[in-house]
Each structure stands twice: as C-alpha cells, then as structure tokens.
Write a protein that binds this ligand. Structure first.
Ligand SMILES: Nc1nc2c(ncn2[C@@H]2O[C@H](COP(=O)(O)OP(=O)(O)OP(=O)(O)O)[C@@H](O)[C@H]2O)c(=O)[nH]1
Length: 367
C-alpha cells in the first residue's frame, strides 16, 4: 500500500488554521483527506499545562545516546487510522493534522520518524504554519511556541493581512524571513489558497532543492552590510546575532538604524534564527559525518530544521542531507552538471544555534 501523505498544519492560537483547513477540505475535490484535530477544545486551550503535558514520551533510540520526544496520543491515532485503512473501514489517501495553537511541531513530526509503524504507513509532506498578521509581532515577542512554529515551517501563510497596513505586513515578513528563510511566505485571505500550495510540497524530501529567500541571502552577504553598517559586528552581520543568547527582545523594537542604516526595518533578536553556510571545497565524508553526528547529539533539541546540498569527496553526485532535531537523513541526489560550480550550501534553522561552532566545524570538515 502506498504511504499516506501527511500535512502538519500549525500556527498560534486563533491564527486561522481552521479557516484554512475548511477551505482546503471544501476545495479538495476528489481527494480523500483524513483530518486529525487536536484533542483539546478551544475552552481548554488557554490552560497551558494541559498542552505541555500533552502525553509526550521520551524514546530511547537504538544507539543509546539520542533521545527524542514523540506524541503518544498521535501515535495511537496514527496506528488506528492505518489499521482502519488496511481493513477497508476508512478510505483516505492523505492526512492533515491540525495542531493546537500552543503545540510544538517537533514531537508531532518526530512521531512519524521514530515510530516504526507510523513511518511505514505515513510520509510527512510538510509543515505549514499560519501566521496572524495582526497579532504575530506580539505573539512572536512573547511566546516561544509561536517562534518555533515559524522555524519549523516549509510554507508560511499570512492571515488577516486585511486588518493591517502594507508596511506592517512587510515588517512582519522581514522578521519571519530571518527566522526561516526556507519557507515561502504568502498572504491568504480567509484561507483562500490553491490546493497545490498546500499539498505535496515535499518539504521533507531528500531532493536537491534548497530555496533560500533571496532577500535573506542579500542581507547575509557581509559586503552588502559593510555598505550599510557603520561599525564592525564581528561577522559582518548586523541583523540578528549581536545580542548573544538573550532570546527575543520582549517587544522593544530596535530600529535597525540604531545599528545600521536600514531605514525601514525593525530589528528583532529572535532566538529562532537561521543561517546559511556555503563551501567551495568538497567535504570529507568521514569528517563531516563525525562533526554533524556530534553536533546533533549536543544541539539537536535546538536544531529545528536543517538541510544541505553538498559537494562530497568521492562522488560526482550531490549529497543531500536534512534533519529535524536529532533525526538526520542523507542521500545521493543528481550528478553535478558539467560546468556547474560545485558550491555546497546548507541552511540551519534553530534556537540560539552556535553559529561560530558550526561554521568552524564545517570549515574543518572539508578536504
Ligand atoms: N480578517 C480576517 N480574519 C480571518 C482571516 N482568516 C481567519 N480569520 C478569522 O480569525 C478567527 C480565528 O480563525 P480560526 O480559523 O478559528 O483560527 P485557528 O487558528 O483555527 O484558532 P484556534 O484553533 O483557536 O487556535 C476567525 O474569526 C476567522 O474568521 C483573514 O484572512 N482575515
């Protein structure tokens, strides 16, 4: 039996998840979709203890040193769904999971990789995060759940843009891109979005696509910053690393102008942030595996999503890896084309990731 494609729909309280889901279900002509709703009613949802106790379970992996959290309630539901499908009691080809507004997507997605039976029957397609354009700035300031949901996303939909100004939308997009430059950001009005923007996004595929937002890349380029910034920020980054490990800035927007001469963007030091690493020398497979293995062991809980398309010594094909927390997978992709510049590229999205340590280790993992 073919695996069942799974879309995880997340977003903070009241962001517009149900509105979007209803539109998708309404539009999904001919597609049989099973929906898993969070089990807590809206009345209960303010009670954080309920959610954080959400029956998560620590699972010991076979190598004995990596732990990872899965959702026991979800696992049971998935087993039940798979069984009913096998027996013919239920007929569906996709699953959409609508998580609670306070849910951490990590344990939800890890359940699919960690549980053997779930992994056999289901294939996670993507994590979609709905962001409320009216309330997101405050939610992102105040709640790490909201920031994590953004960090995990393969696709971000902005809702309620009708309630704010274009400048506010742009400021929010700017902030979101720094947290997650991988996920395309699109405004949707009351959930109106074409089906192909929701299903089969292949966010977890080991494909050679690594789309990083061009604005983010431009801002990451040190030489571009030197033009704008009056002083040295160590790495030439002026937008999101200079405050160290304080997490977010509790709502006090720093004008970029305090540090740099970007006229119209607010500065946020979000703890969820990202960076791109590039290398022109090939990687040594053993060194890289050792380094990444050690890194996910230590920093796995803080690593939300990461992906790389690499030039590896010993093969003419691209090596693709990607991961969620401690769970990392890799595969051989297509061959480098004649004349194509062999530049390895990786993107890391995480919580206060130790950029220096990662960069140094990756530098040293090349031949
Ligand atoms: N103005 C405006 N309101 C919207 C839009 N999308 C959704 N809403 C409204 O936002 C409110 C919350 O939407 P829901 O779809 O219930 O949000 P949710 O994320 O499922 O909420 P919880 O399950 O409580 O976390 C509803 O009143 C929607 O009608 C939009 O694009 N514009």
């Amino acid at each position: 039996m073919a695996q069942i494609s799974v879309t995880i729909l997340t977003g903070f309280l009241g962001a517009g998840k149900t509105t979007l889901l209803n539109r998708v279900l309404h539009e999904a002509h001919g597609q049989k979709i099973a929906v898993i709703e969070n089990e807590f009613g809206e009345e209960n949802i303010d009670n954080e203890i309920l959610v954080s106790e959400g029956r998560e379970q620590i699972v010991q992996m076979s190598n004995g040193c990596i732990c990872c959290t899965i959702r026991e309630d979800l696992r049971a539901t998935l087993h039940d769904l798979a069984e009913k499908r096998r027996s013919g009691e239920l007929d569906f080809e996709r699953v959409i999971i609508e998580t609670t507004g306070l849910a951490d997507p990590g344990p939800v997605v890890q359940t699919f990789f960690m549980d053997e039976e779930a992994a056999e029957s289901f294939l996670v397609d993507s994590i979609i995060t709905v962001v409320d354009a009216k309330h997101a700035q405050t939610q992102l300031d105040e709640r790490q759940e909201a920031r994590r949901q953004v960090g995990f996303a393969d696709q971000i939909f902005l809702t309620k843009t009708d309630l704010v100004s274009e400048a506010q939308v742009q400021a929010l997009i700017h902030r979101l891109k720094h947290m997650n430059p991988r996920a395309p950001i699109e405004a949707v009005h009351f959930g109106e979005v074409p089906l192909e923007r929701v299903l089969d996004l292949r966010g977890f595929n080991l494909n050679a696509r690594l789309d990083i937002d061009p604005d983010f890349l431009r801002e990451e380029e040190p030489h571009v910053h030197d033009e704008h910034c009056g002083h040295d920020h160590g790495h030439g980054h002026c937008h999101h690393e200079e405050h160290g490990h304080h997490g977010h800035d509790h709502g006090h927007d720093h004008e970029h102008g305090e540090h740099c001469k970007h006229p119209h963007h607010h500065h946020h030091d979000d703890d969820v942030k990202s960076f791109v690493y590039r290398a022109r020398r090939p990687f040594d497979p053993v060194k890289l595996e050792d380094f990444l293995g050690a890194i996910v062991n230590v920093y796995g809980p803080k690593m939300l999503r990461y992906k790389g398309v690499l030039d590896m010594q010993g093969t003419d094909r691209k090596v693709i890896f990607q991961g969620v927390h401690q769970l990392m997978g890799s595969d051989l992709g297509p061959a480098w084309k004649d004349g194509e510049e062999r530049v390895s590229k990786m993107v890391f999205i995480g919580i206060d990731l130790p950029r220096d340590i990662l960069e140094q280790g990756l530098d040293q993992s090349q031949v």
